[in-house]
Structures are given as structure tokens and as C-alpha cells.
Design a protein around this ligand. Sequence first.
Ligand code: PEP
Ligand code: MG
Length: 874
Amino acid sequence: MTKYVYEFSEGNGSMRNLLGGKGANLAEMTGLGMPVPQGFTISTEACTRYYADGEAIGDDIREEIGTYIGKLEELTGKKFGDPENPLLVSVRSGSRASMPGMMDTILNLGLNETVVEAFAAKTGNPRFVYDSYRRFIQMYSDVVMEVGKAYFEELIDEMKEARGVKDDIELTADDLKELSEQFKAEYKAKLGADFPSDPIEQLFGAIKAVFRSWDNPRAVYYRRLNDIPSDWGTAVNVQSMVFGNLGDTSGTGVAFSRNPATGEQGLYGEFLMNAQGEDVVAGIRTPQTIDQLRDQNPEVYDQFQEIVTRLEDHYADMQDMEFTIEEGKLFMLQTRNGKRTAAAAFKIACDLVDEGKINPEKAVSMIDPKQIDALLHPQFDAAGLKAATPIGKGLPASPGAACGQVTFTAEDAAAKGKKGEDVVLVRLETTPEDIEGMHYAKGILTARGGMTSHAAVVARGMGTCCVSGLGDISFAKDGKSFTLGGTTYNEGDWISLDGSTGNVYGQKIETVPAEIGGYFGRVMEWADEFRTMKVRTNADTPTDAAQAREFGAEGIGLCRTEHMFFEPDRIAAIREMIVSKSAEQREAALAKLLPMQRGDFEGIYEAMEGYPVTIRLLDPPLHEFLPHDEDDIVTLAAEMKISADELRDVIASLHEFNPMMGHRGCRLDVTYPEIGAMQTRAIIEAAINVQAKHPEWDLVPEIMIPLVGELKELAFVKKIVTDTADAIIADAGVELKYLVGTMIEIPRAALTADEIAKEAEFFSFGTNDLTQMTFGFSRDDAGKFLDAYYEKKIYENDPFARLDQTGVGKLVELAVDLGKKTRPDIKLGICGEHGGDPASIDFCQRVGLNYVSCSPFRVPIARLAAAQSALANR
Ligand code: PEP
Ligand code: MG
């Protein structure tokens, strides 16, 4: 029979998959003899079964949980529902990967009217007991029964107003008792049933709620952002309560073993006396720093510091810990590898190597490649910043600079962000429901909350700039404006945030790209040592190519030549070519383009300093170069000295029902061989010229034919290329090698890759088109319906961002095998968007590609991801 429940003393840190991160670490700390309130973990397999059983907890699992409650009662000497000595527990989620704040937690479970009264009398601290009770009713109603917490908060506010007090802490035991009655009445009014008083019923309600929270929208969204599979499930930790709200010698806090924003060595954290954990994490009260604990309670501080050092040494990584002090006694509630900014991640990795705690392999493996993005993010332009005066200062919760228009709701931020608008989300505090809006915002500003508040933790993880705890902000009643520094800012006004200093500016400040080096450079050097795949870039201009070189690109994997044609001086020539009525006219128009293209390619070869460059022949359908607006048609016709009707006829003749599957790619060269010939000439002549200037380089241009689906089609276009190239090389009397290859982006090309490889000297997987054509949905339109697919759990993520390894991946693998059969030394790469996505890069490593190619800013991500994959697959 499967075992679903484990006491903390039965588990250990290696059982993460089964016990979740929190459960495994609680077990590990128990094994290390640390002060952990005891309890048990219900495994992730129980969660998976809960869903498989139609959202029900099976009788066998119920029975097992019952047994473990009995064991916990024995261990603690307390009993569920016993007024004399009640067992109270917390029920918390904990999946394999940490998902801070995304799932649910219930504290103080086990309280009911009888227990509360006896407990109040026994502890002699009725205020604490009624405070715990009202918190429990509130949390349970919200989390388990989904009543919502807004009305409860209103009741608290009303009570504070009636009593003439400002803080919760000033409410008396009687006030809190009355509040708990009001809460229960509210519960009954909403649900038509009494608030459950049986602790076992409460417990199973809470366990179900945690299982259910695995699938709440914010958890689903977080999983999608962080590549966490939905079938992992969450474990549930049932732990005996310790109380941070027992009075002035009790408290609770969150601390990191190093600074999570900068990586600096030394304890870093916050705590609140006379409070429960939720108060610190929720950001409702602004906490004290951990240094103040040293002053207030040096003994506890020293004990905590010792535990922190042991934990960091034990895990060989920066730890993020929750602790509670109950009447002067320290308890550890959690430890996990801490989330950190990109800058901190690199510093910590290097420091740990220097401290002899890890080796460079581990340093490379411990950094999330997606985080690098944050390092490469813009900072304020120095002159703009100098001229600006801050209007307020909050906590520097997540570094970087952000500038955008004020929005007040996460929904607005998401909607505007999706349209490409720059927005800053301004909130009293953020809650986990805000996750999508936070993702789309350039920056986040909150009035409440410390460095470990929800906004701070989540923003750091995302690499989004965040300033938190700016208490001077006052919001208008309608929530549509705020006042700060004497000025009112409305929705749509521009503000700027500096997440590294906490400064807020009431204006737009231009941003500039970030500088990289130091720790980053050191880790990247190690990464390059371990990496076996090359990393190239997709770049169409010398500027992009140079940027990519700075980021460490080792060549160009895709130069989309069409992008050059859109420049104002070229578009006229390409349009002339399109309206041409004969091959001669077309050649005349193309002759105008030739010197420009040659110049482009020379610039690109120069920028790439001798590294390989793959240039793709023209790909898009020709109608993309012509206007469709009536006024523009008339103007252009006049410029081209043809009638508007004539131009309209050309445009009409180019109309296609499905241009993405129409007259594009190599099909253009089949109908107009002059195009391929001109482009080949530009590529080869540019190479000859640059090679002559740089004899130390060994230029071997790679000419890539797009959208091939049939061997004969490839052979036809290849002949245009080789005839042209060979003639030019012979005429010039030089030696120049070049390669002709193809994109594999049509399923038929993948299926017949052994045939295709007879002509192609290299394959580059165009996984954008390959995904589009394999799924049969348009890459331009899929966004409209993919959200519905995520909601309904048909897809977990966007197949255009993350390679679908099951379907599209199968085609890639097949093409690799078939291609190698025909041409064992065939060069294999990828140039679709997936070339910059870490999970897809790992796939490329496993199927044996020689390189990945991605946009310049993703080159460092790809370098690190490729190294991690090489290490993991060694
Ligand atoms: C592809 O299809 O993956 C590709 C790289 O080409 P494009 O995006 O230009 O169609
Ligand atoms: Mg393509």
C-alpha cells in the first residue's frame, strides 16, 4: 500500500519530490536537531491522487492522516479539541519548487468556542487567544470556504473606529472576542451553515483547500512563468503551532543568510514582535530589521545566527528562513534556498566558490538563466537622473530602473502591458492575485510592506524593478489617483522608479542599457568552459551583431535579409522590383539593391570578426512591402510613375488567403530566380571584400534557403546560388569556401530530412514556422485563443516560446537522425525563438545540435542554459 504521510522525523532533504521543498527541509532540520515544531507532511502523491479521484481525499489517506494526528498528539502531549491542552496546527502548502505566496496556508487550526474559552483561562492571555481565533476564522473562511476577506477587514476597521484606536494591536480581548462572533455570523450569513467547530472537520477542509490551491489561477500562472509542471502537485505540511503573538517576548520573522538584493554576506531580514508570520509576509505592518533583534534579544539572535550558519553550510546555498519566537524560545518554521536578484545570484555563486563551499560547476548550475535578463535591463540615463528630484523614497525592493504610466490595478497593468505600453503598477500592497499585472508592469510601487513582502519577493524573482513600503503615499478614495510629495498623480501620468535606491520620481526619466562584468563575467567564463553547444545570434544589422558579440555570440545563426529592405532608401527599389513586368525590369531594380545589400553584409561580417554568419534568402510574401491604405497607394503610384489602378492590380494579384503558407520563402526564388541570384552575389562579393581586408579571418559564408519542403525545390534554388557564387569566385580569382543549407521549418522537410540532406550542408531548425505548421495554428493569431487553452489546462505554456518537445520536438529529432544518416557531419542549429529558451536549449543539447541562435539580449541566457544542460547531461 502506498504511504502518503510522513512524520518530519521520517523524511529528509532528498525527499523533495515526495514531500515538497518545505516538507523535505523541515524533515532535514529535524534530523539536524534544530528546534522545529513537530508535525507531518502529506505527500505530493496524495495531491495527485486527490485530483485523479475527482477532487476527493480517499478513505485510505484519511485514515493514514488520522493515525498521524494521533502520533502528533502523543509527541506534543496535546490533543485536538481538548480544552485543557489543545493541539493547534498550521496547514501549509509546499511543492517541489518554491512558489512563494501562490498557494494557501491556514494557521491556528483546532480552535473552537470551547477550546478558546478554556485556553484563554489557562494561558491567562485571553487577548492572544481571541486574536488567534479571529485570525483563524478569517483565514479559514477565506481560504477554505472562499468567502473572501474584504468584509472581515471592514468589520475590523469598524471595530477600531468604534473603539477610537488606530492599530489592531490596540484592540482588547473583549473586542477580539466580539469580532470573532461577528466573523462567525458573517460566515453563517454567507454560507448558510455554522462555522465548523470539529477540529478534524476543520483539518480536512484545510487539507483540501491546500490541494485545491495548487490549481488556483495565480499558481497556474506562476507555474507557467517558471516551467513547473502541473502534475507535480503540492504536499501539505501539518505542523504544531508556535505563537509569535503571545506578547512582547514573542515575535516572528523572515531572514536571509545573505542579502537577497545585493548578495552581500551577512544575515539580512525583518521581524515583528507580537505578531504572526502572515503579518510580516503580507506586508501589512512595516517590520523591524534583524539587527534590532540583536539589540532586543541577543540570546535568541545568537542562537538564530548559529542555526543560519549551519543551514547555509549544510545546503551550500543562501537560505531564506522563517522563524518564530514563542515567549523567548526560538523555533524554525522553514528554510529554503532563497530567491535573489540576478546581481545577487552572481555574487553569491562566486563568493561560495571563494569560500570553498561549492565548485564552479555548482556555481554555474545554481543560477536561473532567465534571471540574467534583469542584469541586462536598463538603468536610468545618468544626466536624466541628475536633473530629476525624487518625490519620495521607499525600500529598494528589486533593482533596476523603470519608467511608465501609473496604473492602479493588476488587470489594467496586464491589459496595457500586453499592448506594449509601459506601466508602473502602484498599489497599497500587492497580493498573489496581482501576479499577472506585476509581470506586465515595468515597475511596481507599494505603499506598504518590507523587503520580504509579497511585492518584493515576487518582483525580485521576476527581475522587475520594485519600490515597496513608501508609506507617504496617500490614495484617493476612488483609487484613481495618489498624492506624494504634495503632488497628485492620476492614472496615465508618468513616474519613474529606482529599484536600487528606493527613489521615486514624478516624471519620465530615460533609461540606458545596463553594464555587465565582474561576477557575471566570471560565472559566464566558467559556463563557456562547460558548454558544448555554440551560441549564435539572430541579427540583421551590424549594430545588433556588435551588441551580440559583446554578449558573447559566436556567430550569426540567422540574418533575416528582408528586414534590410524596409529601410526607406531600399523600399523604393524593392517595390520597383515587385511591380516589374519582366525579368529584365526586375533585374534592373535588383541591381539598385545589390550595392546596399553588399554593404549590409560587409558590415555584418566585420561586426562578427570572422565568426560564422548564416544569411537567409528573402522569406516573406511580397505583399508585405506594398501599402494597403488607399492614400498610400495613390502617393506611391505617383512616386513610381504608374497609375494607381496599375498598382492596385499588382496588390490584388499578390493577395493571398493565407500568406504565411503562400508565396514566400524559397518559392519566391522558384518564381523569380533573379532575387536569389542578386542576394547570393551580395553575400559572396561582401565576403570576398571583407576577407581581403582581414586575411587572418577564414570567412565561410553560409547561405540559407528558407521554407523548403521538397528536395527538388531545394536543388533548384541551390543551383541558382552555386551557379552565381562559383562564377563570382572564379571571376575574382580568389579562394572562398561557402556552404548552402536550409531551414527545417516545414514538417515535410523534417520527414524527408535524409533526402534534403543530399543537397543541404547544414540544417537550421526554424521552430517558429515548424511549430505553426505542426500545430496548424498561426503564430500571429494564436495569442487570441491560447489563454483559453491555458485556463482549460490543454496547454501549460506557449508552444511558440517553449518548444513542444512531444510533437514538434519529435520532428526535430527525426530530422537530426535522418540528416546525419545521409551526411554524418551535417551542421545542425536552431534559429526559432526557442533558441533562447532554457528548457528548449536543454532539448537541443539532448538531441545533439551544434549550436543555438537567439536574439542578442538572450545570448548570455543561452550561454548559461547551454552550460547547465551540458553539465546535467554529462
Ligand atoms: C522560424 O520560422 O523559426 C524562423 C526563424 O524564421 P521566421 O521567424 O523568420 O519565419
Ligand atoms: Mg520561418
